[in-house]
Design a protein around this ligand. Structure first.
Ligand code: ADP
Ligand code: MG
Length: 399
């Protein structure tokens, strides 16, 4: 007996909205002006390409982070999260700096500070209560769901921000995460959370963050998320190391970004990097991954599930062997899902733990999840959690 599977369900806007309004009254007194929601995401393919000016293909989950908010006249910000009880923060928006406040509050305070640069910090005073329904730290971008839900709330509450569009809000969230929360993030997560199209994946060209919605054409298949529950602490340092290897390669190649060599023969580009084995492997991943993203878009248009699956597996192998960002748990999730009949599988997100995704025929989802669960138990690992990933709506006002 290997025990029950654990599924992380998506909550409905109506359920969370009314519970959060009640909780807001307990936390701050009175009523919020509204409730906003922003989704987490999975990335179908295109990993570690965003900060290299390449392409990625995420979609928004039905799992969202919610915030109830009300403006204040005094330029002060109060922030609380139902996931961090007893850690309410309060301070002047004008006094928010990098790392102060720190921790999770920085994702919200950073957004207020960045938006405050446009219209003056005194305009950004607010009371904000957060409730996250994206698993935290699972590689499904609860961080962007948090920053984007508060950005949209502040946008809608502060009349002076009316002209700021969603692309600019996504940029503000990237800056909040980079500069205030100290989290290296390349922009994919914030773009999809704020600018997704329901029932579509989003092809993001990270050179200029232009977007192309891509219809999900495989109704017989589901994307199953396997949250491995592993969080290897080397993630941040290794992410920075991967970025700097790519920057070094750009200097050697004399280009501003690896995007500039897209379309050249990969072997010719790699030949110019010979002698720097690390750069060769990292660049080979980025260049081949960009091609796989575009190929997968084509395979979706042709409704070729097997080809989509093949490209996902090739992406995983490249991330595992060339980019070296996988780990035992992610490899096990991918291998077990494929052995149980998944059409494709790969790690998703930055790596070193977090989640894998599997493309699975709808009638085989439970069987594949069961097999992955059993493989983890047999290996002596904590049982993974599972999510049904459905291409869903972007950030929106709930009430
Ligand atoms: P991911 O984005 O993949 O979930 P990150 O490490 O980037 O993982 O972001 C997780 C962090 O975001 C948490 O450790 C916490 O600081 C913050 N966070 C996200 N959602 C919430 C929430 N609902 N309440 C408080 N903090 C949150
Ligand atoms: Mg994150």
């Amino acid at each position: 007996m290997t025990g029950e599977l654990t599924w992380s369900p998506a909550a409905t806007d109506a359920e969370v909205g009314s519970a959060l309004t009640t909780a807001f009254a307990q936390e701050f007194g009175g009523e919020p002006d509204g409730v906003w929601a922003a989704p987490g995401r999975v990335n179908l393919i295109g990993e570690h390409t965003d900060y290299n000016g390449g392409w990625c293909l995420p979609f928004a989950l039905a799992h969202r982070t919610y915030c109830a908010a009300r403006p204040r006249e005094d330029g002060r910000l109060r922030v609380a999260s139902r996931q961090a009880p007893g850690h309410t923060w309060e301070g002047e928006v004008g006094e928010i700096t990098a790392g102060a406040p720190g921790g999770w509050v920085a994702y919200v305070a950073g957004v207020a500070a960045v938006l405050g640069e446009r219209v003056g910090p005194e305009a950004l005073g607010a009371d904000i209560l957060v409730d996250g329904h994206v698993p935290l730290g699972a590689g499904l971008s609860s961080s962007a769901a948090l920053s984007c839900s508060s950005a949209l709330a502040l946008h809608d509450l502060v009349p002076e921000l009316a002209g700021v569009d969603r692309a600019a809000l996504a940029e503000a969230c990237v800056r909040a995460e980079n500069d205030y929360a100290g989290a290296a993030t390349g922009g994919m997560d914030q773009s999809v959370s704020l600018r997704a199209v329901d029932e579509h994946a989003l092809l993001i060209d990270c050179r200029d963050f232009s977007l192309t919605p891509v219809a999900w054409t495989l109704p017989e298949h589901e994307v199953l998320v396997i949250d491995t529950r592993a969080h290897h602490s080397l993630a941040d340092g290794q992410y920075a190391a991967r970025r700097s290897a790519c920057e070094r390669a750009c200097r050697t190649l004399g280009v501003g970004s690896l995007r500039e060599v897209h379309g050249r023969e990969v072997e010719d580009v790699l030949a110019a990097l010979s002698g720097d084995g690390e750069a060769v492997r990292r660049v080979r991943h980025v260049l081949t991954e960009n091609t796989r993203v575009l190929d997968l878009v084509g395979a979706l248009a042709e409704r070729e599930a097997d080809e989509v699956g093949r490209l996902m597996v090739a992406s995983h192998v490249s991330l595992r062997d060339d980019y070296e960002v996988s780990c035992r748990e992610l490899d096990l999730a991918v291998d077990a899902a494929l052995a149980a009949g998944a059409t494709g599988a790969r790690m998703t997100g930055g790596g070193f733990g977090g989640s894998a995704i599997a493309l699975v025929a709808r009638d085989a989802v439970d069987e594949v999840a069961q097999a992955v669960h059993a493989a983890f138990v047999d290996a002596g690992l904590e049982a993974p959690h599972f999510l049904h990933a459905t291409p869903s709506a972007p950030a929106h006002r709930v009430s």
